[in-house]
Design a protein around this ligand. Structure first.
Ligand code: NDP
Length: 271
């Protein structure tokens, strides 16, 4: 029997994680099975417990359960604590270890796949929800020149900035007028509803990278705006998805897969 893993969420039918982990397993010669686990929204714990009782070794956790998984885990990594959310559970005997690989996924995509250094860059992070919180710690660790969090509800950005040490600034969108950034990361859910965060024109510095965590859309309104502003380098969140999966795979199996061919495969499938 191969070791069992799954992605748990609701909905989960759209998830690309089974394909990504199957590619990783094939590439590294690991004997594992990876499935989709649809949990009723009020039954995350029961569904996770049943999977574990059936021999499950670990779970990826997606919407809307990352907060519940954080409370479910008996032991937490520093990344999970900082994010206050868990996207990776590892079952080790009686222990349940919770981790969060989203932030490492973003930074690895920026640095390895897109060739962008966060160190010394002026970074603008849009949004103050779970996705934004999950990436702040790894971004600060790289020592950007500035890290500004802009959010529609300013108080949420202020709370988030205060909860991390390290000179993070909170801003309203309108107050960004006249400022420029080398890296602008859209961590809002605006793209899901076809909306554009209310960015003033001129925030993209010359040579900036515009990054939307959303993936699977032709071009999000945020990336279309960046293009219209003259930004040449645009990226969606598919690389982040593959990189966070690689970190989870490493946590479970102790083997680091090569992400490049898997990302290429997914890009070809969505082209
Ligand atoms: P949350 O619901 O926790 O937060 C949503 C955020 O978006 C809030 O800050 C909200 O602002 C803001 N927002 C929503 N609509 C608008 C709008 N029209 N204009 C400006 N701001 C807006 O969502 P998450 O943080 O969990 O997820 C955000 C996105 O990140 C999703 O699209 C998700 O798919 C993506 N994601 C991608 C990953 C990947 O691997 N590529 C991993 C994780 C997430 P306010 O506070 O004012 O309401």
């Amino acid at each position: 029997m191969p070791d069992r893993y799954a992605v748990i969420g609701n909905p989960v039918a759209h998830s690309k994680s089974p394909q990504i982990h199957a590619e990783f397993a094939h590439q590294t010669g690991q004997d594992l099975a990876y499935e989709r686990l649809l949990a009723p929204t009020d039954a995350f714990i029961a569904t996770a417990n049943a999977f574990r009782a059936g021999g499950g070794r670990g779970l990826n956790v997606t919407l809307p359960f990352k907060g519940e998984a954080f409370r479910y885990a008996g032991r937490l990594s520093e990344s999970a604590r900082a994010a206050q959310a868990v996207n990776t559970l590892k079952f080790e005997g009686d222990a349940t270890v919770g981790d969060n690989t989203d932030g490492a996924g973003l930074v690895n995509d920026l640095e390895r796949n897109l060739g962008r250094a966060v160190a010394g860059a002026r970074v603008l992070l849009l949004g103050a929800g779970g996705a934004a919180r999950g990436v702040i710690r790894p971004l600060i660790e790289r020592q950007p020149a500035q890290l500004v969090i802009a959010n529609r509800t300013l108080a949420k950005a202020q709370l988030l900035a205060q909860s991390f040490r390290g000179g993070i600034e909170a801003s309203a969108y309108a107050a960004l007028a006249g400022r420029q950034f080398d890296l602008v990361v859209n961590a809002t859910s605006a793209s899901l509803t076809g909306e554009l965060p209310p960015l003033p024109p001129g925030v993209f510095a010359r040579g900036a990278l515009a990054y939307d965590m959303m993936y699977g859309m032709d071009e999000t309104p945020f990336l279309a705006f960046a293009r219209a502003e003259g930004t040449a380098t645009l990226a969606d969140g598919l690389g982040m998805l593959v990189e966070q999966a690689a970190e989870s795979f490493f946590i479970w199996r102790g083997v680091r897969p090569d992400t490049a061919p898997v990302l290429k495969l997914l890009r070809q499938a969505t082209a």
